[in-house]
Design a protein around this ligand. Sequence first.
Ligand SMILES: Nc1ncnc2c1ncn2[C@@H]1O[C@H](COP(=O)(O)OP(=O)(O)OP(=O)(O)O)[C@@H](O)[C@H]1O
Ligand SMILES: [Mg+2]
Length: 98
Amino acid sequence: MLQNLVINAGYVTEDDGTIVISAEPVNGNMQVRVTDTGCGIPEEIQPYLFKEVMTTKKDGSGLELLPCKNIIEDNHQGKFWFESKTGEGTSFFFSFPI
Ligand SMILES: Nc1ncnc2c1ncn2[C@@H]1O[C@H](COP(=O)(O)OP(=O)(O)OP(=O)(O)O)[C@@H](O)[C@H]1O
Ligand SMILES: [Mg+2]
């Protein structure tokens, strides 16, 4: 999970940008966050990100986010989501019961 998210974050983060990884307990869950200061997820693809295989990369598979969501939500009673703002960056979150 983390490796996928960090590679995606690295792909969009400029040399002077930052990637922050955090983990904290929230209401009985462990909540993990990967935040980048990249371009943000294009708004036109956001609605499809968890519905179908989707990539904006020439050499991408688009095969990571959907399985990540399914693994967390189907097998670990968890949640997987993102918040993103064009030009500002993206945070991916996942949480699961401690
Ligand atoms: N941190 C991010 N910032 C901006 N867009 C993102 C970010 N993470 C994912 N995306 C968008 O979501 C798409 C799907 O991501 P996913 O990891 O499933 O596949 P991919 O990265 O395109 O391909 P691969 O993982 O095989 O290299 C990406 O192509 C990109 O458009
Ligand atoms: Mg990827």
